[in-house]
Design a protein around this ligand. Sequence first.
Ligand code: SAH
Length: 543
Amino acid sequence: MTSPDSSASAVPPTPRNATASAGKAYLVGAGPGDLGLVTLRARDLIARAQLVIYDYLCNPEMLRWAPPGAEILYAGKKAKAHTLTQDQINDALVQAVRAGKLVVRLKGGDPYVFGRGGEEAEALYAQGLAFEVVPGVTSAVAAPAYAGIPITHRDHASAVMFITGHEDPTKETSSLDWPLLARFAGTRVFLMGVERLPIITQRLIDEGAAPDTPAALVRWGTTPRQGSLAGTLATIAALREQHDFRPPAILVVGGVVACRAALGWFERRPLFGRRVVVTRTREQASALSDLLRERGADVLEIPTIRTVAATLSTAETAWLAGWKSGVEKPHWLVFTSPNGVEYFMRSFLACAGGDIRALQGIRIASVGPGTTKKLAAYYISVDRQPETFTAEALGCCFAPDEVRGKRICLARGNLANPELPAALLAAGAAEVRGLTVYETSPAPAAAADSDSPIPDARARFEAEGAHFIAFASSSAAESWAALNLAPQGDAPIPRAISIGPETSKALRKLGIEIAAEAQSSTVAGLSDAVCAAANISGCSQTS
Ligand code: SAH
C-alpha cells in the first residue's frame, strides 16, 4: 500500500538497485565435479552471465559455457591459499549487481552446504540487491555415492549428519556437540576433515563411538581423479597417512561404508584411472571422447590437426557445375572419410546451385560406417562399403566390370593415400580423378589465451602424461609427431592405439610403437582397443 499523503505515491516505491539495473546475483551450485551433475538451470545461467565468480572446487570446464566477453573471476579457496577474502567476494558481488550485471556465483557442490552461500546472500540482501539460489548436487552425497556408499540404507542408517571438519575438536568453544556425534546411530559425513582427521576420529572414540565403526575417505569424488579408502574409526587416519591421501575429501563414518565393496561402481569402470589422449580435430573428437569417458577414462582432447576447405580450381568448379546437365559425370563417387563427405558436399552444392539432384545416377562408395553416416545426414545412401574399413579394401570391393572403363571421382583431403587411385587405375578404370576438397594442417600451438581458466589439454598432458593415445587417422599420427609433445618427469608416457592398418602403417613409419590396433576401424572399435590394451581384468584401481 502506498501512503496517501506521499508525493511519490503515484509511482511504486523504487527498489534500491533499480537504477540501470536488471542486476542480479545467482548463487549457483556447481556440483561435485562431474560435469554431468550440473543442473540445467546452472548451465542456462552461466550461458547468460556477464560475470562468473568461481571457486577452487568448481570444475572449470563449465566456464566454457559462459558467453564470449563474460568476465571470469577466480575466488580461490584452496586450503590455506585464499585468493580473495570473503569480504572481497561479497564486495565484488555487490558491486557487480549494483552495476546491473547478471552475476553467477559458482560454488562447488551446493551453495548452502558449507559453502558460505548464506553469508553472500545476506550481504546482497543487506544492500537491497536481487539474488536467487540454485541448489547443486552436494559432494556430501555424491562423493559417497560414486564410491559405492549410499548415505542411508534400511539395514545401516536411517539418519544422516553433515558435519564440518574444520572445527578444532580440542577447542573448548567448539560449536559441535561431540558426545552427540559419537552416539549418533546414523551416517556421519564430514566435509573439510582431512587435515584434522586424527583428532576427529580420536575425539569420536573418546566420546564413546566404537573404534571398529566403518569409516571411509573419498577424494575428488565424481571426477576421474576419484580415490577412496576404507577402514575403521581406529585405522582410517593411519591409512590416510600411509596412502598420502590428500584433500578435498569426504569422511563417511557408519555402517553404510560396508556397502562400498559391492556398490563401488565408479572405480570399477574399465578405463577408470586411465588417462587417454584423443587426437582428432576439435570437430570430430567428441564421439570418441564420449565413448571413452563412458568407460571411465580421463580424456585429454588434444587437437593435432585442423581441416579447412580447399579452394577448388576454376576447372574443377566448372566440372562440378556441369554434373547438373550430365556433362562428364563420374560413374562412381568415392569417399574415404567423413571430412571428405562434409567438404565435398559444401563445395558441390555451391557449384550445383544447392540442388542435390545433380548427383543423380552417380554410384556412391564409402570406406566405412563413419563416412556412411555422414552421407546419410545428406540423405545419400551408399552403393558400396567394404567389409573392412580401409582404403585398400575399398579399392578391392568393386567387381571388375564396375571399374573397367569407368570414370571415378575420389573426394578426399590433401594428404590422402596415393595407393587407392593407383589400384583403381590398375583395375582398368578409364579415369580416376582426385578432388582435393579439404586440407589438413597441424593445429595451432598453445591456446591463444594462455591465462584462460579453462584447463588446457596440452599443458595437462605435459604435466601429468597419459596412459594411452588414440590415433584415428594417419594424418593425426603425423601431426601428433610434428607437435613433439612429451610428458615431464616421471609422468606416464602414453602407448599408441591405432584405428586400423593404415594408421598403424603411418605410426610405424614415424617410429611410434603400437600397443593395440582396433579390430574394426571405427570409433567404437578404437575405444574397444583402448580397453583391450588397458587389460580390463587387471586394472581394478580400488584399494
Ligand atoms: N558446498 C560444497 C562443500 C564446500 S566445503 C558441497 O556441497 O559439496 C569443501 C569440502 O567439500 C572439501 O573440503 C571436501 O570435504 C568437500 N568436497 C567438495 N568437493 C568434493 C569432491 N569432489 N570430493 C570429495 N570431497 C569434496
